[in-house]
Design a protein around this ligand. Structure first.
Ligand code: ADP
Ligand code: MG
Length: 251
């Protein structure tokens, strides 16, 4: 399998006028093409900081990040970033929201309007193209947000607690949706979450960070049948074993 992303001995210290905060210390890991990993760890341990560095928004204090063999030095359309709040523009329609990244980037790799319409239909949003975000359910909004992120054809998707604002029922169904969309579009992704069960339900591997400054405490490979959806995994015998393992790591 090809390595898509590599973090090599990453350190990050936030500097302000009066203080220094060590956020990340000696973090190294690789991510293969098509793989889905989660990063879990206590609040404030540096999860978002790692994503910010991978996206090119923040430069590591030391160490190197390679995406597809090239050093990450700035923000690019190679990386799509999806946040906890869906950040949809309320005054734009679903279709306009989805196209906004394509319009800004003029990237030749961006998905065509036809391909986007196909995604809109495939993922249950047809008939809502002209609707405003306020007319959609929480789950639909997250799907719009994901399709908008996919529209620029990123090689890597970063998901920062994208489900935490949703109620429990919706969260389970959106986890299923997003997982099946990412699988069928053959996307590589990093999910940041503080929800252990979400990490177990969705990932191939889970990276556990220590409390700040974040270092890698453990990496756990999840060995579920490939055919299982996140929802199926929750009913699989192995689910509790992995949940307990992560729970203990995080104590
Ligand atoms: P997490 O996403 O795991 O909750 P963050 O990556 O947001 O954690 O933050 C890690 C640590 O770095 C926290 O202690 C936070 O207070 C600090 N931090 C985050 N952003 C900044 C910043 N811009 N300036 C100074 N400190 C920051
Ligand atoms: Mg965070």
């Amino acid at each position: 399998m090809n390595t898509l992303l590599e973090l090599k001995n990453i350190y990050l210290t936030y500097q302000t006028l009066t203080s220094e905060t060590k956020a990340i210390e000696n973090v190294s890991f690789k991510l293969n093409e098509g793989e889905f990993i989660s990063i879990v760890g206590p609040s404030g341990c540096g999860k978002t900081t790692i994503l910010s560095m991978v996206s090119g928004l923040l430069k590591p204090t030391s160490g190197e990040i390679l995406l597809d063999g090239e050093k990450v030095t700035k923000v690019s359309t190679n990386v799509g970033y999806m946040l906890q709040r869906d950040n949809l523009f309320e005054w734009l329609t679903v279709q306009q929201n989805i196209l906004i990244g394509v319009k800004i980037n003029h990237n030749k790799n961006c998905l065509t309007k036809d391909k986007l319409q196909e995604l809109i239909t495939k993922y249950g949003l047809s008939g809502f193209e002209k609707s405003k975000p306020s007319e959609l359910s929480g789950g639909m909004r997250q799907r719009v947000s994901l399709i908008r992120t996919l529209a620029i054809s990123p090689k890597l998707l970063l998901l920062d607690e994208p489900f935490s604002a949703l109620d429990y029922q919706t969260r389970l169904s959106v986890q299923n949706d997003i997982s099946s969309i990412l699988k069928s579009e053959h996307k590589t992704a990093i999910l940041v979450t503080h929800d252990i069960s979400e990490a177990v339900a969705m990932s191939d591997r889970v990276i556990v960070l220590s409390k700040r400054p974040g270092t890698i405490k453990k990496i756990i490979h999840l060995d579920f049948d490939k055919k299982l959806t996140p929802f199926d995994r929750r009913n699989d015998l192995q689910f509790n074993k992995y949940f307990k393992l992560l729970w203990e790591e995080l104590q």
